[in-house]
Design a protein around this ligand. Structure first.
Ligand code: PLP
Length: 398
């Protein structure tokens, strides 16, 4: 056939997460939504801060309609980039500049642009398991060789020994995500410092930079732990940020890429990111939402309900004997499958209308993910089902 085979395969074979979610919707129509325990999909369950909606109304009232809906510059409105830069500078005591920001349409297309900007022939990118499954098609379609550093079990920090062994002269970048989907783990400053030492050593040895691409849609979703500002620890860091989770705006498609000018070839890399976006058909990020972010970049989510869910699940499941990494961020738990076979566990759970995602797609078999963007009521009703399952699987081995 005359189609691009990898594009066809990506479109024709749906993700396991989507399949589970669709299944949940079908079952809900049969047995009622209240009888489905759907932990499959990471769609925020806290509303945007009320200031966000108020700002939308204000902009509609006080701004010329042609400006609200018109094209902006491809890199984004200056006022938006300035507001983001000011906010980061105030929070982290850094000195970012508006010229270092590219306003994009959320982390996914921003990652694609950065990957394409880095894709020289033969270049490799290393991801750290467990990782967001879309990294693989994004990297491969960009032309990067995609390699996976095995998980650091049970802490789910970074397996630095394995990483150091896997870095080669072709390693162009490392893709990191903290707070992490699916583990909920936040990488510590100490982890980053050790990682930076390894990358600096390897970069010097090979005579070229090794960039970190830091995917940070969950930056604001941390429960009492520090999320270090990585460019301050490792110079050659590019950040892909998104307001999808931090302001609960996943359908609005707004975020930014931060390319520090002090990074190796920083200015050229910024141009390459802009050029890669252009080649991918980027025109500008949604104009109305750029104007909202220009006024709302300082807002933070109210994490109370996520935190309450997190505690209810972590405490409830740990008491039953489930094992998982300490979930300090994002809105996921990554749990060791009783019996060792996460697919068997997920299938058995599905029969009880409990939907959990096996870790295979995240590069970490034997674990399953639950997303706690759900109601506390659903959590409470689902806990006895988790208890039945761990009893059912007790003594089994994979
Ligand atoms: N990266 C990670 C780790 C995610 O979990 C997600 C969405 O769930 C994305 C990127 C994409 O987010 P966005 O809506 O900003 O494209």
């Amino acid at each position: 056939n005359m189609l691009n085979p990898s594009a066809y395969a990506l479109g024709a074979n749906r993700s396991c997460i989507r399949d589970l979610f669709e299944y949940g919707c079908q079952r809900a129509a049969v047995v009622g939504r209240e009888n489905i325990y759907d932990y499959s999909l990471g769609n925020p369950s806290i509303p945007s801060p009320k200031e966000v909606d108020e700002t939308v109304r204000q902009i509609l009232d006080d701004t010329d309609s042609l400006l609200i809906h018109g094209y902006t510059s491809a890199v984004g409105d200056y006022a938006t980039r300035k507001a983001i830069s000011d906010d980061l500078n105030a929070r982290y005591g850094v000195s970012t500049d508006p010229e270092e920001f590219f306003i994009g349409c959320g982390a996914a297309p921003e990652l694609v642009s950065v990957f394409r900007a880095l894709a020289v022939p033969g270049a490799e990118i290393l991801a750290v398991a467990p990782y967001f499954p879309e990294y693989k098609p994004f990297a491969q379609e960009a032309g990067l060789e995609f390699k996976v550093v095995p998980a650091d079990i049970p802490s789910f920090q970074i397996n630095l020994t394995a990483m150091e062994r896997m870095i080669t002269p072709s390693t162009q970048a490392i893709i990191l995500n903290s707070p992490n989907n699916p583990s909920g783990v936040v990488y510590t400053r100490e982890t980053y410092q050790k990682l930076a030492a390894i990358l600096n050593k390897k970069a010097a040895e090979y005579g070229h930079p090794i960039y970190i691409v830091s995917d940070e849609p969950y930056r604001e979703l941390a429960y009492g732990v520090e999320v270090p500002f990585l460019p301050e620890i490792y110079r050659d860091t590019v950040i892909c940020y998104s307001y999808s989770k931090s302001l609960s705006l996943p359908g609005e498609r707004i975020g930014y890429v931060y390319v520090p000018q002090k990074a190796t070839d920083g200015k050229a890399l910024y141009s390459a990111v802009a050029g890669a976006a252009r080649a991918g058909g980027h025109v500008c990020a949604p104009s109305l939402w750029q104007k909202v972010i220009a006024r709302c970049a300082h807002l933070r989510p109210d994490l109370k309900s996520y935190d309450r869910n997190r505690k209810a699940l972590y405490e409830g499941l740990t008491r039953m004997g489930y094992e998982m990494a300490k979930p300090d961020g994002a809105f996921y738990l990554f749990i060791k499958a009783p019996g060792g076979d996460a697919n068997a566990f997920s299938d058995a759970a599905k029969k009880k209308d409990l939907l959990v995602v096996p870790g295979d797609g995240f590069g970490c078999p034997g674990y399953f993910r639950i997303c706690y963007c759900v109601s506390l009521e659903m959590i409470q009703k689902s806990l006895p089902v988790f208890e039945e399952l761990i009893k059912e699987f007790a003594g089994r081995t994979a």
